[in-house]
Design a protein around this ligand. Structure first.
Ligand code: SF4
Length: 420
């Protein structure tokens, strides 16, 4: 089976154990039996002698299990040194599949798969470790365990709601977006704003009878249009409407929340805290509620003045982020709750101002009025943790929000506003 790997990304695990403290690991029936065979109950190594998995969903006749967690939300198998007990005793192969796949994400493409990475992992953000293209055999093994073998192509991808196109045409669209993202003659927010115009124009297009040459010609024309629409970084920014600001704050609240097992199982107290936080973000006045460690309560208005993020760093990080997500098709279809290519891309673009806003919040939380590269990295890890994985970001109201941003032109304004 064909497998496309990202050529610009490195990654190796640096044992930070961040993923083992954040994620809920669902296990298959086979993995549950494997854990039984590993006899953790008799080993005396598990803190408090607790069970290593718990029933977390499904009816009694079809129970679904997940790994148990320690009171702080860390996986039950994480030891005091931040290492995995299963890995130490039985090696990589003894761990549940979800632990071995992270931070990779595999998505259907043609008759094979394409590989992307989750930037919630700090080593992915830092581009640290071995080139992913040199890890093909390990990834082949993951692919064999996660994607069933097939002979024909996957169903044609959804290009815009209700309209599909061929995989070959999709390749042209991806190349065209990639060309825009790597156009170093323009600042990154300008490139991204052009992709928003591009995606709106693609949305109404029908490629069903177009020949490859015609698609290429059309895309070249589209490029000229997007450059004419967004020639450069605007000198004077039109104000962002109050409705868009409200929508934007709701997006921030969804991206900034913490949802470890400890947070989710906090009962009504936690639910009330979250409700209060969302209400505070809706109002956008007074103090920001603390949604996770690293953020402090600060006045909302402190996050609006210019913050001067580190330009070169921002360009490198975001260009790589968007290119890995683009080539890995990590923003639409099965990777984004069934959304179409165009709306999935627009939703991915929104993550740029969200990350910039969160980075400002981290800076103000440390009494600074400039954003550092470390603020941007931390903010990206927080936001990307949810992108494509949080149900709240795939709802009908999240769709309406994106449509509103695009139709009003406020998505482009947001791209410029928080990097000025
Ligand atoms: S089983 Fe091991 S690798 Fe998986 S989450 Fe738990 S500690 Fe981490």
């Amino acid at each position: 089976m064909r497998m496309e790997l990202p050529t610009i990304q490195n990654w190796s695990c640096h044992n930070c154990a961040g993923c083992c403290r954040q994620h809920l690991i669902e296990i298959s029936e086979q993995e549950r039996k494997e854990l039984d065979r590993q006899k953790w109950g008799e080993s005396g190594e598990i803190p408090g002698g607790k069970p290593v998995y718990v029933w977390h969903s499904g009816p009694v006749w079809k129970k679904r299990y997940r790994l148990a967690h320690q009171p702080d939300g860390a996986c039950i198998f994480l030891n005091e040194k931040g290492l995995c007990r299963i890995h130490a005793k039985f090696g990589e192969g003894g761990k549940p599949l979800a632990c071995r796949v992270y931070p990779y994400a595999l998505h259907p493409a043609h008759s094979g798969v394409t590989v992307s990475l989750r930037f919630s992992c700090p080593s992915v953000i830092a581009n640290a470790g071995r080139a992913v293209v040199r890890q093909r055999s390990a990834l082949e093994s993951i692919r064999r365990q996660t994607v069933p073998e097939r002979t024909g192509a996957w169903p044609d991808p959804l290009i815009s709601p209700g309209s599909r196109t061929s995989w070959n045409t999709l390749d042209h669209l991806v190349d065209s977006l990639d060309q825009e993202l790597t156009d170093e003659t323009s600042p990154f927010p300008v490139r991204l704003a052009r992709t928003v115009v591009w995606s709106s124009l693609i949305r109404g297009s029908d490629f069903s009878s177009a020949k490859p040459g015609e698609v290429r010609q059309f895309l070249a024309l589209l490029r000229e249009t997007t450059h004419a629409e967004v020639p450069t970084f605007p000198r004077d920014l039109e104000p962002i409407s109050s409705v868009s600001r409200l929508y934007f704050r709701t997006a921030i609240a969804q991206y900034a929340r913490k949802d470890t097992v400890a947070d989710l199982s906090g009962g009504w107290r936690n639910r009330y805290r979250l409700f209060k936080a969302i209400w505070a973000f809706t109002k956008g006045q007074g103090m920001t509620p603390v949604l996770q460690p690293g953020f402090r309560e600060v006045p909302f208005e402190c996050l609006e003045p210019p913050f001067r993020p580190p330009g070169l760093f921002l360009e490198e990080l975001f260009t790589r982020y968007f290119r890995v997500k683009l080539r890995g098709l990590h923003f639409f279809g099965p990777a984004y709750q069934g959304w179409a290519f165009t709306e999935g891309w627009q939703s991915l673009v929104l993550i740029f101002p969200v990350v910039c806003w969160l980075a400002r919040w981290l800076a103000v939380s440390e009494d600074r009025d400039t954003v550092t590269s470390s603020d941007l990295e931390r903010a990206m890890a927080i936001a990307d943790h949810h992108h494509g994985y949080s149900a709240a970001l795939g709802t009908a109201s999240a769709r309406r929000r994106i449509r509103h941003f695009v139709q009003t032109g406020d998505l482009q304004r947001l791209l410029f506003y928080y990097v000025r």
